[in-house]
Design a protein around this ligand. Structure first.
Ligand code: ADP
Ligand code: MG
Length: 350
């Protein structure tokens, strides 16, 4: 359905490995001052002066992490960069470079890889990161894509999962749960399409959800916003596996408990509508649906006035002593222990 049909099909073997690398990287330029040498030698050369360097890597496999039937290659490339950039942002660092490694089978024509790279290059431009290298090889079946992101930060700005104290406030950026329901909508439409290929679905009521799934964005803006407000987060993580599981990570790493207030969890109106339509509990989705790529962090209570009313942030709860446990305080004011169920568990269990 959304899959792009490539009219022209140039076989990968027509270019060969070096021809393909040259073709995919022909127009890549660098702009970060820390990039001394990018693509074209045995290694990239970077110079971060007296800054700290943050590195994060991620591997995705066709059929396991993505399905090309509803994930156009351009979106896949974009998203693969975003998820890595998000990890750098979750350290309260600034992303500066990425490397891109791909393994593809002959099933993919050169034009398909061009699409993938269009998405990768577009994301690199949007987030201001240089593509400084990678690796290209063949696979027996399907596509494997690995991106490594590099970032920089002053030592005192770097924020770990550990570092919160028992009186800190718990904050999330943006809203959560939308990307998961976007995937549910796409999977439903894929099934409808398989039964009736002529059916033209009206996806307008789901546009925000689908965009959150297909074209998520990393919160690169948050570091500067917090800096301008003079707020130093005490712990931080990005929401990739679901709010619940990320809160548990912050708690475990900081040796604390937490109380999360159900009524405070920020959700988009489209999510409320679609959860009704799918007859699925909205809090379950907001807690366990992953891939939101928002930032979850803690701040000192004394900093509350600085972030109060800022549309980027919602205070969703607070940290507690470890002995109090990690709990959801429901609208009915009962306490339920939070469980770490990634979105995979959700899709199997519900
Ligand atoms: P090597 O033999 O040392 O692995 P390659 O021939 O694989 O070198 O790569 C040549 C140059 O192209 C290197 O700078 C490498 O980082 C870069 N490169 C290779 N594949 C990719 C890719 N898929 N995307 C971006 N850069 C790549
Ligand atoms: Mg190589």
């Amino acid at each position: 359905m959304i899959e792009d049909k490539n009219q022209q099909r140039t076989s990968l073997s027509a270019l060969g490995e070096f021809g393909l690398i040259g073709h995919l990287t022909r127009d890549i330029e660098t702009s970060q001052p820390s990039t001394l040498k990018g693509i074209g030698d045995d290694g990239a050369v970077l110079d971060f002066k007296d800054k700290k360097v943050v590195v994060s890597t991620d591997l995705v496999i066709e059929g396991v992490h993505f399905d090309l039937a509803y994930m156009p290659l351009k979106h896949l490339g974009y998203k693969a960069v975003v998820v890595n950039v998000s990890d750098i942002c979750a350290m309260n660092a600034t992303p500066t470079q990425i490397t891109v490694s791909i393994a593809v089978s002959n099933r993919f024509p050169v034009e398909a890889l061009d699409e993938l790279y269009d998405g990768i290059k577009h994301a690199a431009k949007v987030y201001g990161v240089d593509i400084v290298g990678g690796d290209t090889t063949s696979s027996q079946k399907g596509m494997i894509l690995s991106i490594t992101a590099i970032g920089e930060a002053e030592a005192e700005d770097i924020t770990y999962r550990a570092g919160a104290t028992s009186t800190d406030l718990l904050i999330v950026t943006g809203d959560v749960g939308a990307a998961y329901m976007g995937l549910q909508v796409l999977e439903r439409e894929k099934q409808v399409f398989q039964v009736n290929p002529n059916n033209q679905p009206d996806l307008d009521p789901y546009n925000y959800l689908i965009e959150r799934q297909l074209k998520p964005e990393a919160r690169k803006d948050i570091k500067a916003i917090l800096k301008a407000l003079e707020v130093q987060p005490t712990s931080m993580i990005d929401v990739s596996d679901g709010l619940s599981s990320e809160i548990i990570h912050l708690c475990k790493n900081s040796g604390l408990g937490a109380s999360l207030y159900e009524e405070k969890i920020p959700v988009d109106p489209q999510l409320i509508n679609v959860c009704e339509e799918f007859n699925i509990d909205i809090t379950t989705v907001a807690l366990n649906g992953g891939e939101d790529y928002e930032l979850l962090f803690t701040i000192k209570q004394a900093d509350y006035d600085k972030i109060k009313g800022n549309p980027n942030f919602t205070v969703i709860g607070h940290m507690t002593e470890e002995s109090a446990g990690i709990n959801l305080v429901t609208r009915a004011n009962t306490q339920i222990p939070l469980k770490a169920r990634g979105w995979n568990a959700l899709s199997e269990g519900e």
